[in-house]
Design a protein around this ligand. Structure first.
Ligand SMILES: [Fe+2]
Length: 340
């Protein structure tokens, strides 16, 4: 007999449909335009911590409704600082546009650093993956997995993305479960990783930061030292806390040793066993736990197919990561996330 897909009806009435064994769930039965009742919000938080990525289909929220939903999960932070992002429409300072066109525009060496994809584009340049003319159609963008702004001393706890314009094909987002990835390491490697700390930087300085609005994380080059394995502040679970977009080197190791250790972890994180891939539809809203996942948007080069991808992002304030020995992360330089 074929197994049926598990459907978990919550006591407060919504339905949670897990997608993968440890990560990703679709939530049905809630209208996010309305404020959530206390018991419902508590259930939703538990589902979010359990499944790490929650997807709400077809919500079609306004900017203000998006911000109001996000504030139920904590204070909103903006890496650009108090000034609202440059935009041609009325985007609240709490939200940032994330678009494929912005990526294409910014993929050149004098790009406008800022949002999720722009940052990845920067790293793309750092990695030297562009062809000579900078516009190779099928250049594979290597090492773009990241959690948002781990260069900051208090990286965001959550990111909330809302889809406005989604292409008929491509434009997906992928996540990987960093708790499962940690648990899947052999015990001897877990013990080693528990002991290590690593430096996270917004940029290694190789990228020209002459854009009009690069954001404070970029212009002031935020640098923090975090544990390679951190203890999740709400679940107590251990999770890998490195990513190829921000983690530059492991402390106390030689450059070669550090590169080998990080390569092992980055490849491990990208294993499909830990992954969840979302095909967006317009109106969808997703909240993910930035402390127990990494994510990436594949470089589909949508602009070359005459299509676009536009989402808006809000981020929720996080806490200073803590290693397995109870030691906290420390700031090296640069700004903190700005609470709005
Ligand atoms: Fe991101």
């Amino acid at each position: 007999m074929a197994a049926t897909r598990p459907v978990v009806a919550q006591p407060t009435g919504f339905v949670c449909r897990p997608v993968m064994p440890t990560i990703g769930a679709e939530i049905e039965g809630l209208d996010l335009r309305e404020a959530l009742r206390g018991a419902t919000l508590a259930e939703l938080r538990r589902a979010w911590l359990r499944w790490k990525v929650l997807v709400f289909r077809g919500q079609h929220l306004s900017h203000d409704q998006h911000v109001a939903f996000a504030r139920q999960f904590g204070n909103i932070v903006n890496p650009r600082g108090p000034a609202p992002p440059a935009s041609d429409d009325d985007v609240p300072a709490a939200l940032e546009p994330v678009s494929a066109r912005a990526f294409a525009k910014n993929a050149g060496p004098a790009g406008d650093a800022g949002d999720e994809i722009d940052q990845a584009a920067l790293q793309f340049i750092v990695n030297g993956s562009f062809s000579a003319d900078g516009r190779s159609r099928w250049t594979v963008q290597e090492d773009r997995w990241h959690a948002d702004f781990t260069c900051a001393i208090e990286p965001p706890a959550a990111t909330i993305l809302r889809a406005i314009e989604i292409p008929p094909y491509g434009g997906d987002t992928l996540w990987a479960d960093t708790v499962a990835a940690y648990q899947a390491l052999p015990g001897t490697l877990r013990n080693l990783m528990d002991e290590l700390w690593a430096e996270h930087r917004f940029t290694n300085g190789a990228v020209p930061l002459d854009a009009a609005n690069p954001g404070r994380m970029a212009s002031e080059n935020a640098v923090s030292v975090h544990p390679v394995v951190h203890v999740h502040p709400e679940t107590g679970e251990r999770a890998l806390f490195v990513n190829p977009s921000f983690t530059r080197h492991v402390l106390w190791l030689s450059p070669r040793q550090s590169a080998i250790i990080l390569r092992l972890l980055f490849d491990h994180l990208a294993s499909p066993e830990f992954g969840y891939r979302l095909k967006w539809t317009p109106g969808d809203l997703v909240i993910w736990d930035n402390r127990s996942t990494v994510h990436l948007a594949p470089a589909d080069h949508l602009e070359e197919f005459g299509t676009n991808r536009l989402l808006y992002r809000a981020m929720i304030a996080g806490s200073r990561p803590i290693g397995v020995d109870g030691t906290q992360s420390r700031a090296v330089s640069g700004p903190s996330m700005t609470e709005l």
